[in-house]
Design a protein around this ligand. Sequence first.
Ligand code: PMP
Length: 352
Amino acid sequence: MDKPFLKKLRRIAPYVPGEQPQRGDILKLNANENPYPPAPGVQQTLRSFDACSLALYPDANGKALKTALAGRFGIKPTQVFLGNGSDDVLALAFQSFFCSDQPILYPDITYSFYPVWCDLFRIPYETVPLDENFCVNIRDYDKPNGGVILPNPNAPTGRALLLDALEALLQHNADCVVIIDEAYVDFGAQSAVPLIEKYENLLVVQTMSKSRSLAGLRIGYALGSETLIATLEAVKNSYNSYTLDAVALAAGAASVADEAYFQQTCRKVVTTRERTADALRALGFLVLPSLTNFLFVTHPQRDAAGLFATLRDRGIFIRYFKLPRIDNYLRITVGTDAQMDRLLAALRDILS
Ligand code: PMP
């Protein structure tokens, strides 16, 4: 620390995403990606994309994609906000809506990016403990706060709240913005989107990374009242007008156009999830009920860190969080049936 300018640099502990191994033989079950390809229309759009059009800036307002999403959800395009992955949307939402001196609230076990954004944007926060079954108790959010953010289903637990509970949460938190992060909602949980007409302070954030197999394209979006969306637009346009590129805008719209493929892929993941959960239980794991594309598991007789490392040595990457309350749990992304069979065979072997 002898150079004075070093004292002026921002120091921050960043979010650490799941490893992206470069070796081809790795079974990658560590980032909740979808094992199936994007919709055929997306592939067609990318094949026929006119590279010459990239000489121009993309549509900063993303009109075609907003219109497609608005149509799917039965809302107005002015109620849709687009971002470079839902991480971008969430980061902007934190900056736009969590501006008071009061702490924002979120669960003690949740998406580990939330504390990073609080730190980055200097937002005070308070964590609210999940109950002993890792469930959110919405009554615990019934206290003064600067805002609430909940993933539903929660990550990495996979547990979800029903719509009634979300509505009660909104009724008790009318004076702040409530963000529901629905990154995993398409795998069986109830979406809060029907509540946005009634609650002007509700922002629902979704992503195309999981249920639409487009993690590599980076498309996230928020749905909410025109007031919230206009605020997000103003903040985005004070920072970077072109968060979505022309390729993402075109391919995203093609994905939304194929509802049948989307439904079919989600169903396949759910079927494999339930089969895998049963097989893991048969191996002695405790498996939390999941409404996501991952399973959160623990083995009463085995050390999770050890299992994680042994699987890794065998080329199977899952996720382990060395965090209070969950340091003996593993998060396993649901892949194809064949991929899960490889995981289960490895676990059978390791546990025998
Ligand atoms: N929210 C939650 C709860 C997540 O787990 C993730 C994935 N890491 C995201 C948001 C962000 O996903 P993306 O930026 O790919 O849309």
